[in-house]
Design a binder for this molecule. Structure first.
Ligand code: FMN
Length: 161
């Protein structure tokens, strides 16, 4: 089984989640963890699992993440198990108007997952969001562990091993 976790990260929190997901998916010989700027079609060859994650920025993935996803031609991910995740602000601490906006416009994980399935991927886990305490982090307690559980779920649902 060959898997790849592609991530973007401005302050390092999404990278930490991506690495936790990579470790849970398998050993470094089988599982790559790669910054989105380095990922292209070449890196997707022979993959069984592709996970993509981004910080939520203005309710969406980062520009490099969206550019990568948009660059995937139709059928690129046929037969590949996919899942999308994001990191996001702690909504409990956000002011009221922002809570409303976030509820209305959502987070990065959903559009990521949509684009992955549009390129042919088979979604194996619901889009997941991992919470940062402040804009720059740190991650909320327990989020790395939750990311590992989510990654294991991808393997279990898809039957890939
Ligand atoms: C310009 C900017 C826009 C942001 N927009 C959102 C947002 O729309 N929703 C949200 O939940 N968090 C938002 N955040 C918080 C980021 O999601 C948070 O900084 C990110 O998860 C940290 O991940 P990183 O360390 O990998 O960059 C925003 C942060 C910045 C700096």
């Amino acid at each position: 089984m060959k898997a790849l976790v592609v991530y973007d990260s401005v302050f390092g929190n999404t990278e930490k989640i991506a690495r936790a997901i990579g470790s849970a998916l398998g050993s470094p010989e089988d599982v790559g963890v790669m910054q989105v700027g380095k990922a292209g079609l070449e890196q997707l060859k022979g993959l069984s699992v592709l996970v993509v994650g981004s910080p939520t920025r203005a309710f969406n993935p980062t520009k490099p993440t969206t550019a990568f996803l948009k660059s995937l031609p139709s059928h690129t991910l046929d037969g590949v198990v996919v899942a999308g995740f994001d990191t996001r602000t702690n909504i409990d601490e956000a002011p009221g108007f922002l809570k409303f906006m976030v509820k209305f416009f959502g987070y990065a994980a959903e559009p990521i997952a949509k684009r992955l399935t549009k390129a042919g991927g088979k979604e194996a886990a619901a889009p997941a969001g991992f919470v940062v305490a402040d804009t720059e982090g740190p991650l909320k307690d327990g989020e790395l562990e939750r990311a590992a559980v989510w990654a294991k779920q991808i393997l279990e649902t898809s039957g890939v091993d």
